[in-house]
Design a binder for this molecule. Structure first.
Ligand SMILES: [Zn+2]
Ligand SMILES: [Zn+2]
Length: 333
């Protein structure tokens, strides 16, 4: 069975759980660990059964709980190299270390841990939930950074968050355009246009079921259109209503950024895709990453429904809206 559960979607945190066979992965870790675990339990998912975390891009609403969650569960994190490096720069902007030095440090730490396999992951304080994010996907800035260089770990024990906020139990790199597997799930990452280091969307497939994942993109270029075909489920961004954004509270520069080719997908752009380019194959279309300031669920729904209703063959598509503050009911295949 394949199960897809959106736990949170929007500029205050994004998390989705995908279960296929014996594999369970978390797509993005934008909620604090505590809130993630709470929502997983609400949704009937057991946090300790997660096998891996996979990250779309380094914006705060996608990585806020990443380090704490990965450490607590002792599971690997899948990034593109560019996203991983950008995430590290966010957490350690003052650390003077070249990438080669960092790799060397990680190698050394891994060797030390292997020498002492009984060492347990230390208890880590969970950070507070993120406050109101004033700007959609603002560049993160409010993370405490150690002022002194991190001390060398002495006993093979993982460094604490304070000593090294970037330490993760394991890191796996992937590249857009190169499919790979995590357990029973085949992952096909593709590049999306967004103002991050190396942002990606995904098509996940398992047991013949294909799930498309495309949020945080300024527009839908041909390569993305190409990927979002023959899907059983499509999670598509429907971020803002153009008029609400234009008349809304954001400063002009931020409005320009959201509207740009590397910003976010509007209700109009999403419905245009559904009307003109979508092949209508998915049983479920989920609208996600709705702005709380510049959108209303009704507006996003009406725009998408109008697009689907315009094509009689698509009436069987079920339209759902992913929410920021509560999980969407699990969808099973
Ligand atoms: Zn986002
Ligand atoms: Zn983003």
């Amino acid at each position: 069975m394949v199960r897809f559960t959106v736990l949170a979607s929007g500029s205050k945190g994004n998390c989705t759980v995908l279960s296929c066979g014996r594999t369970r992965i978390l797509v993005d870790a934008g909620l604090s660990c505590r809130e993630l675990f709470r929502r997983m339990k609400l949704a009937g998912e057991e946090p300790t059964t997660l096998n891996a975390i996979i990250i779309t891009h380094e914006h705060q609403d996608h990585v806020n709980g990443l380090a704490v969650t990965a450490r607590k569960l002792g599971i690997p994190v899948y990034f593109t190299e560019g996203t991983h490096r950008a995430w590290m720069r966010w957490l350690q902007p003052r650390r003077q270390m070249t990438y080669a030095q960092w790799l060397e440090m990680i190698r050394k730490q891994a060797a030390e841990r292997q020498a002492e396999p009984q060492a347990a992951v230390g208890e880590i304080d969970s950070p507070e939930d993120p406050g109101e994010v004033a700007v959609e996907n603002s560049v993160p800035s409010a993370v405490p950074v150690p002022t002194d260089p991190a001390p060398e770990p002495s006993s093979g024990r993982p460094p604490t968050l304070k000593d090294d906020p970037t330490w993760l139990p394991a890191i796996e790199y992937f590249s857009a355009g190169q499919p790979f597997s995590i357990g029973d799930i085949c992952v096909n990452p593709f590049t999306i246009p967004h103002d991050a280091a190396d942002p990606v969307g995904f098509v996940f497939s398992s047991e013949g079921v294909r799930l498309g994942f495309a949020t945080d993109l300024g527009y839908i270029p041909p390569n993305v259109r190409e990927q979002l075909r023959d899907l059983d489920l499509l999670l598509l961004e429907s971020n803002h209503d153009l008029e609400m954004l234009r008349d809304g509270p954001y400063p002009w520069s931020v409005k320009q950024r959201v509207l740009s080719r590397v910003g976010h997908l509007s209700n109009d752009a999403a419905s245009q895709f559904l009307a003109a380019d979508y092949d209508g194959q998915a049983a479920y279309v989920i609208l996600g990453h709705l702005s709380e300031n510049n959108n209303l669920p009704e507006l996003a729904r009406v725009a998408a429904e109008r697009a689907l209703l315009g094509r009689a063959s698509l009436l069987a598509n079920r339209l759902l809206l992913a929410a920021q503050h509560e999980p969407l009911s699990a969808i099973s295949f």
